[in-house]
Design a protein around this ligand. Structure first.
Ligand SMILES: [Zn+2]
Length: 276
């Protein structure tokens, strides 16, 4: 039997234009930088999939020290950007280790972590699972090492084994996909746009699909209305990804679960379908 546990490592606020943007793509960053309006506090979610072949974590949340300038000073540019454009509320009590503890898991039990992408609020808990194998997109990994944006790879433990999922061109909705389990009930699918190598995870339990969407969008409504978050790296790819998710979720029973959606937990527990 497969079970999914939502985990929350604190809260984040972003600028309104970061979350919702209407205008030409070239104007997205100036709009975010000059916007003085903040969103409400939004959750930073990650997910533990308890599978018979072993627990798999999807994303690791944010680090409790992210707001301390000292913690990120090794990369002054990203440090400045992240403190200027984001507000975090992550305490030691809400870090990954404590979140796992609350559902009865120990970090040592986690052998596999799938990263939707490398932004710090998805990789901040990697230091809690130093013995895990990390499955991330190869482009995402290379970008993090050569020109990191919103991520601090110098904090990733050296002991991590980083692997790239073997994506094959076998998915009629998303093109590329891969599976980590013999039953194919946990699939990694290609969902670029927010970042170049962004991927999502589809967990199938009976006839229901839980779409762990990372930062594809901030809300379900954004996919339905084709509304692009200003922080997206490539608007055209976001639109393509939205269309693919919409086609998939209208054809299969799907609960759509982005990382920062205030409604994600309610939809998860109520099994509210995208098509409803
Ligand atoms: Zn992100």
């Amino acid at each position: 039997m497969i079970r999914i546990f939502p985990l929350q490592t604190g809260w984040v606020k972003v600028k309104r234009a970061h979350q919702n943007f209407r205008g030409p793509e070239f104007f997205r960053l100036p709009s975010i930088m000059t916007d003085f309006r903040w969103t409400p506090w939004l959750p930073i979610l990650c997910w533990l999939i308890d599978h018979p072949e072993g627990p798999i974590l999807v994303d690791t949340g944010e680090h409790a020290r992210i707001s301390e300038p000292e913690f990120t000073k090794q990369d002054p540019v990203n440090s400045w950007i992240i403190r200027k454009l984001l507000k975090f509320d992550v305490s030691l009590d809400s870090n990954l280790e404590m979140a796992l503890h609350r559902i009865g898991f120990k970090p040592d039990q986690i052998k596999h972590v799938i990263l939707t992408h490398v932004h710090s609020d998805h990789t901040g808990g990697l230091s809690s699972v130093p013995k895990a194998t990390i499955w991330m997109n190869s482009v995402e990994h290379q970008n993090a090492l050569t020109h990191p944006k919103g991520t601090f790879p110098f904090h990733w433990p050296k002991s991590l084994q980083i692997k790239y999922p073997e994506m094959s061109q076998n998915d009629s909705f998303f093109g590329l996909s891969a599976t980590l389990t013999s039953d194919s009930n946990i699939r990694i699918v290609n969902t670029p746009g927010h970042s170049e190598g962004h991927q999502s995870v589809v967990v199938t339990i009976d006839d229901l699909n839980y779409f762990l969407a990372g930062d594809v969008s901030f809300t379900e409504q954004q996919v339905k209305t084709m509304c692009i978050p200003g922080i997206s790296e490539n608007f055209r790819k976001v639109k393509d990804t939205y269309s693919q998710i919409d086609r998939f979720a209208c054809a299969h029973k799907t609960v759509y679960l982005p990382t920062h959606d205030l409604e994600s937990l309610k939809r998860f527990y109520n099994k509210t379908l995208y098509a409803d």
